[in-house]
Design a binder for this molecule. Structure first.
Ligand SMILES: C[S@@+](CC[C@H](N)C(=O)[O-])C[C@H]1O[C@@H](n2cnc3c(N)ncnc32)[C@H](O)[C@@H]1O
Length: 233
């Protein structure tokens, strides 16, 4: 990672450390409680069975990791990785059954082909070196294992999507700024990263080049997307 990329990653980590305490409440508010259903769907699409192992990357406060626990059961294992100490502190308090590790998802300490599923919810968009992280996800998955990526999607055209663009880039930063001084910038960052993120078709191609077989679906009028990528044998 270059010095510039490292500096950017440090700023992103600091931002998540600062918003951690309010992160879950803001998600519920701004997604009108859809975020819970999206994570549940992502966990289902990982197709885990009791006793298996899942890795939830950019786990934040551990909400998606929590959903995975019900599929692997008490004999299975869910490991959550994040580089923000404040997010992980909340995750550890709220999800005691999950094993949380502080770490950078572009450099995982997990052995090759050692997990049955990798998930990431609203994480990929925040990564300074997305390709390095995707290569790591491919490396740690066993052949036939599933990578599930839940992420906001850049709004497609149409009136509804122009309204969504206004909500994302104007309403959310303004409301966040009113609720807590300084938080508006975190939501301007959110809008910028959503609009700069690749279309589902482009992300599909990137995953296929890395050795996955991919299906993608848009959720809730297309504002979020779920990619399910199976590691080819
Ligand atoms: C928008 S939050 C998503 C949290 C959670 N997965 C969810 O569903 O709400 C993005 C998370 O990615 C983490 N993150 C960003 N870049 C990272 C990296 N390179 N390595 C590890 N974690 C990273 C941040 O600390 C933050 O907790």
């Amino acid at each position: 990672m270059s010095v510039g990329q490292q500096a950017r990653a440090d700023r992103i980590r600091q931002m998540f450390d600062q918003v951690a305490a309010r992160y879950d409440a803001r998600n519920r508010l701004f997604s009108v409680d859809r975020d819970r259903a999206w994570r549940r769907r992502a966990a289902q699409r990982a197709s885990l069975r009791p006793g298996q192992t899942a890795l939830d990357l950019c786990t934040g406060t551990g909400k998606l990791a929590h959903e995975l626990m019900s599929f692997v059961g008490p004999s299975g294992r869910v490991i959550g990785v994040d580089f923000s100490p404040a997010m992980l502190e909340l995750a550890r308090r709220r999800e005691p059954q999950v094993e949380f590790r502080l770490g950078d998802v572009t450099r995982l300490d997990q052995p090759d082909a050692s997990v049955d599923a990798v998930t990431t919810g609203f994480g990929l968009r925040n990564l300074v070196d997305r390709n390095a992280a995707l290569r790591e996800m491919h490396r740690v998955l066993r052949p036939g294992g599933r990578l599930v990526i839940l992420e906001f999607a850049p709004p497609p055209g149409g009136l509804l999507m122009r309204a969504y663009h206004f909500y994302l880039s104007r309403v959310m930063p303004a409301v966040a700024g009113l609720l807590s001084a300084g938080e508006g910038s975190a939501y301007r960052y959110l809008a910028e990263t959503v609009e700069a993120f690749p279309e589902p078709a482009e992300l599909t191609q990137q995953l296929e080049r890395l050795g996955f077989t991919v299906t993608a679906e848009r959720l809730t009028f297309g504002i979020a997307a779920l990619h399910v990528a199976v590691r080819r044998h």
